[in-house]
Ligand binder design. Structure first.
Ligand code: DI6
Ligand code: FE
Length: 413
């Protein structure tokens, strides 16, 4: 008895076994779903001890709790690897104006666009930000999400960017979910730097980034490389500063035009380059070579009624890894469903079921640099699981607005 207590300080930390399940382990050499028909997953201390055929499972410890899954499917917990989840207010008014025929410029003149979200975030306290962001996190988690990336980028000065990143860390702390943060100071030009993008980038690299890195608020550094945002030269300065601070980089690249952001990201060994609607073959090839993941964001494509699709065929041809994420943000993707996002990736871009599911598990983990810890069902990784009431994995991609989640397990609980 004493021996059992030694390994289980908390009552919830008994070893657990989920048996009579079908597994999509997302592991194995084929790169497919890694299906195990008569499978089991055993877990101890929050980590996977075994995931594979039930018949091959090592003998269970005597204090193990066994759960019969009744033939349900188990996938890795889902990962949303690109969100702007922490923001204040919303932009429904702007959406309404645009439906009534207003142009983007008219909306901006009426105080809309990213700057309106900047005003709202600056006016909100950290507590208010946390309170407003938690329902969005809860919506993602309700569909089996166990890891979420959250960016700053609506503060655009040192204190407000730090406030947003602290709020991001706090929402993670208040829920059973892992949060990875990205500092996106180079998202838009704040009003106080009007006409002076280089001056703002100075403040990003000399003031904001070092302070945020020193406080440990960012796990990575992101930027928006676009005519209406920052040039490749300006992004290069941000990436050099990130490197100096020891932080990995990622990039909003080639969303509205081809500034060769994909190649820039690859040159810096970026974890990911995201959006990529206008990426060309050289960009796809450079990303494959660098191991930079292509993060596909169909929500923004859909919501802004973009017509240029990301070059999925080129990514396939070059072996560029593809992840899929919500881009959850108030302006271009007010989306908090990773299941619907998979459906969009399949329907709008022709991604396969296997690509979509890998895109929200294994490849999303790779895009966050956490593939060694989660993203597949393999011994040694965190026990992050989603258990589904489905007959076949395609149902996760095929449905729209229906949630077949049966249970969500984060780090064994
Ligand atoms: N690309 C986008 O689509 C969003 N940010 C970005 O870099 C837009 C964010 C917003 O409009 O609030
Ligand atoms: Fe984004």
């Amino acid at each position: 008895m004493g021996k059992m207590m030694a390994g289980t300080e908390k009552s919830g930390e008994h070893p657990r076994i989920w048996r009579n399940a079908r597994l999509a382990t997302m592991a194995g050499p084929s790169g497919g779903l890694g299906i195990v028909e008569h499978g089991a997953v055993s877990v101890a201390n929050g980590r996977i001890v075994y995931a594979g055929p039930e018949a091959g499972m090592p003998a269970a410890p005597s204090n193990a709790e066994t759960i019969d899954c009744g033939g349900r499917w188990i996938t890795p917990g889902l990962i949303d690897c690109h969100t702007h989840l922490v923001y204040a207010g919303n932009r429904a008014n702007e959406f309404e104006m645009r439906l009534a025929g207003a142009t983007y410029e008219e909306v901006a003149r009426a105080g809309g666009g990213i700057v309106s979200s900047v005003k709202a975030l600056r006016a909100a306290s950290e507590d208010e930000l946390v309170a407003q962001s938690l329902p969005r996190l809860d919506a993602l988690m309700a569909e089996g999400v166990t890891t979420v990336e959250i960016k700053s980028g609506y503060g655009l000065d040192r204190d407000n960017e730090a406030k947003a990143l602290r709020a991001a860390r706090r929402v993670g702390g208040e829920r059973a979910v892992a949060v990875k943060t990205s500092f996106l100071g180079a998202h838009a030009l704040p009003p106080e730097f009007a006409g002076n993008k280089d001056g703002y980038i100075d403040s990003v690299v000399k003031d904001m980034l070092p302070a945020i890195a020193a406080e440990g608020l960012a796990d990575a550094v992101d930027g928006f490389c676009e005519g209406l945002a920052f040039s490749p030269e300006q992004i290069t300065r941000v990436f050099d500063a990130a490197k100096a601070a020891g932080l990995p980089v990622k990039l909003h690249a080639d969303q509205l035009s081809n500034l060769h952001g994909a190649e820039l990201a690859a040159r810096y060994g970026a974890l990911s380059a995201d959006h990529l609607e206008y990426t060309d073959e050289a960009g796809a090839a450079a990303m494959a070579k660098a191991g930079t993941v292509a993060v596909i964001l169909p929500g923004a494509y859909y919501f802004i009624r973009e017509t240029k699709k990301p070059p999925i065929d080129l990514f396939r041809a070059h072996g560029t890894r593809m992840a899929v994420a919500t881009d959850s943000n108030p302006g271009t993707s007010p989306l908090t469903s990773l299941l619907l996002t998979m459906n969009m990736a399949a329907t709008l871009f022709g991604m396969t079921v296997d690509e979509c599911i890998a895109g929200v598990t294994r490849e999303a983990a790779r895009a966050l640099g956490v593939l060694g810890e989660t993203g597949t069902l393999e011994a040694g990784k965190w026990a992050d699981l989603a258990i589904w009431d489905i007959e076949r994995p395609a149902e996760l991609v095929y449905r729209m607005g229906f949630n077949p989640l049966h249970a969500r397990i984060w780090r064994g609980q």
